[in-house]
Design a protein around this ligand. Sequence first.
Ligand SMILES: NC(=O)c1ccc[n+]([C@@H]2O[C@H](COP(=O)([O-])OP(=O)(O)OC[C@H]3O[C@@H](n4cnc5c(N)ncnc54)[C@H](OP(=O)(O)O)[C@@H]3O)[C@@H](O)[C@H]2O)c1
Length: 221
Amino acid sequence: MATAIITGANRGLGLEMAKQYSANGWHVIGTAREPEKATELQAIDNVKVLQLDAADDASVKSFAEQIADQPIDLFINNAGSFGPSEFDPDAWLDLFNVNVIGPVRLANALKENVAKSADKKMVVLSSQVGSIAENKTGGMMYYRTSKAAVNQAWNCLAQQWKDEGLTLAMMHPGWVQTDMGGENADLTPQESVEGMRSVIDRLTHEQSAKFYDYSGREIPW
Ligand SMILES: NC(=O)c1ccc[n+]([C@@H]2O[C@H](COP(=O)([O-])OP(=O)(O)OC[C@H]3O[C@@H](n4cnc5c(N)ncnc54)[C@H](OP(=O)(O)O)[C@@H]3O)[C@@H](O)[C@H]2O)c1
């Protein structure tokens, strides 16, 4: 049975990923900052719930110790935050800790687990608004910069680990009806995650370091 780690799996896209991957025969390790409150996640078959705050070194270390030497076929860094809506240096730095440093912290901690698996994939949930090429309107500067930065970080890791067989990709889920996306968004979590699963399933090693949306469209950086 293949194993996937999904961060921020207590709500939104992460919860839907945990539901769909487990329903499709995967063993899922779903993380939550407060596992005792993650009742919907705890109720899914084939899901093990572990505590994780991606912004906290000690929490990531303790999480990695619990994973020990298990092979991890797919690591999805889904956890993310939108950050401040006006200039607030401390909140901007906090956002970078969650959206940029968090994924790298976890990728480093889980690299050997992914390398020893069959699939060897690491996916980070980025956002189309992180694309510098597609930004013709401005706005959302704090969130945009965090997603542009994580794209470059993921590209660095993808290049660094290419010869070891790891495949790293960035995904835009579409505009989705979650707490972050709001109720007027285009897609349901079910539609977005069905699309992303299909793209992730088909990812080849040659596609490492690419940025795709849920429909498989490649997004320019
Ligand atoms: N929804 C959209 O339209 C959209 C569009 C583009 C990209 N995205 C990206 O897709 C991902 C999931 O988004 P979503 O819409 O599902 O968001 P969401 O509904 O706001 O859920 C965010 C998840 O991330 C977790 N999280 C936040 N900070 C964390 C931390 N420090 N450590 C661990 N977990 C943390 C939250 O946990 P708590 O419950 O503990 O807060 C929650 O589980 C994000 O990376 C987001 O940027 C979403």
